[in-house]
Design a protein around this ligand. Structure first.
Ligand code: UD1
Length: 395
């Protein structure tokens, strides 16, 4: 393949993809500015996440150029999302005939586009390869397994991931340790985030317009120096089971709120479930619970920098906590990101959704100061290593 004619399609679909693709696009732009070879790059958005707050806001905040092609897939069952993405993406591949398709993360777009690319005999690269939770009940685990089995080039964020891939039959020459691309975005944006005021974030993103006086009062009582916990929750294992969700809400509103404010940007899936299970009315009565819309990248980063503790089921936040040093209770029984766990030097501990365990770890964690260790190559320069690996790839 001649380097001066290379054409790359990169794919995004859902919120956690945007912070991974931004530095990759920047690396392509830098390459094109500094080299005689030009990379022809096309950005495809599958449209799995479509709300302004879940998608457009991230493009703007992270200076991601508008997608060249939006497949407009939207919501649906997993089979609908994956099937519709494959049908639409196949047409894109027929028209554009790229040399490489680059997929990131573990969302439905990652799976759908890697399968389609390989069936069209187009080389495919996975950024964030090799992560395994071992939990086949997680849709993302299925996405990771299939994607990694098919991709030509597997770019791994940590060395633990190499063993997973080799055990599954990947060949050594396919695997390259590049570090964590999401940390490129964190490093590039942290100074801007630091300048934001927490109380302004709360005023600009809160739900009080919709949900009345009580929340207005809580917000006006909050001071920037008040300690707070930051929470996110969206995994089916936590939000789709009524009993599990009700117990978690009880713990947050009756116990955590005795010690700290809780700032909670609510994922659309979770808001729907809380309303469906009739839990919404009672949680909005809790004065210490500050409910937000899904918030922007810099806002989340600023809150994470200031939080006393994080409670989350998001993989990306576990990683960001490890770099920022925010103690993190991971509301899952397993993780595909063991490098973020305390036993590997990270900031996070697995607590599942057992309230006794969450309570014990919560008390233990807020009483201690810790300094987690930054994993190797999480240095802000991963994107250029990814691009180099693609350009230097040999079958
Ligand atoms: C997806 C990813 C998950 C990622 C998460 C981050 C998969 C399998 N899952 O899960 O890995 O951690 O995104 O957010 O790809 N919705 C909106 N507006 C939007 C997007 C979604 O209202 O812009 C609603 C949908 O109608 C749906 C729900 O939120 O009911 C869930 O969206 P979906 O894309 O199915 O998956 P997520 O749970 O967001």
């Amino acid at each position: 393949m001649s380097r001066n004619s290379i054409k790359i399609i990169s794919v995004v679909g859902a919120r956690p993809n945007f912070m991974k693709i931004a530095p990759f696009i920047r690396a392509i732009e830098m390459h094109n500015e500094n080299s005689d070879d030009t990379i022809d790059h096309i950005l495809v958005h599958t449209g799995q996440h479509y709300d302004d707050r879940m998608s457009k806001a991230f493009f703007k905040a992270l200076n991601i150029p508008d997608a060249d092609i939006n497949l407009g897939i939207g919501s649906g069952t997993h089979a609908e999302q994956v099937g519709n993405t494959m049908i639409a993406f196949e047409k894109v591949l027929h028209k554009e005939k790229p040399d490489w398709v680059v997929v990131v993360g573990d969302v439905n777009a990652t799976l759908a586009c890697s399968v389609t690319a390989r069936k069209e005999l187009i080389k495919c690269c996975h950024i964030e390869a090799g992560l395994r939770s071992g939990d086949m009940a997680m849709p993302e685990e299925i996405n990771r397994l299939v994607t990694d089995r098919l991709c030509d080039l597997l770019l791994i964020p940590d060395q633990l991931s190499e063993k997973n891939l080799i055990n599954e039959g990947a060949l050594q020459h396919q695997i390259k340790f590049v570090g964590n691309i999401m940390i490129d975005t964190l490093e590039a944006q942290k100074e801007k985030a630091k300048k934001l005021e927490i109380s302004s974030i709360l005023y600009n993103n809160n739900l009080f317009g919709q949900y009345g006086e009580k929340l207005v009062k809580s917000l006006s009582e909050f001071k920037d120096t008040d300690p707070f916990a930051l929470m996110t929750l969206h995994r089916p294992s936590n939000v789709d089971d009524e009993k599990v969700l009700a117990q978690l809400m009880d713990f947050i509103t009756n116990e955590v709120s005795q010690e700290l404010y809780i700032i909670w940007p609510i994922h659309p899936r979770t808001e729907k479930q809380l309303k469906k299970f009739n839990l919404w009315e009672s949680i909005i009565q809790c004065r210490k619970l500050l409910l937000m819309h899904p918030i922007g990248y810099h806002e989340m980063l600023r809150l994470n920098m200031g939080a006393k503790i994080m409670l989350t089921d998001s993989g990306g936040l576990q990683e960001e906590c490890t770099v920022l040093g925010t103690p993190c209770l991971t509301l899952r029984w397993n993780t595909e990101r063991p490098v973020t766990l305390r036993e590997h030097g990270g900031a996070s501990v697995l607590v599942g959704n057992n309230i006794k365990r969450i309570r014990a770890e919560f008390e233990d964690t807020i009483s201690k100061n810790r300094k987690p260790v930054r994993p190797e190559l999480w240095d802000g320069n991963t994107a250029s290593r990814c691009l180099e690996a693609i350009l230097n790839y040999e079958d």
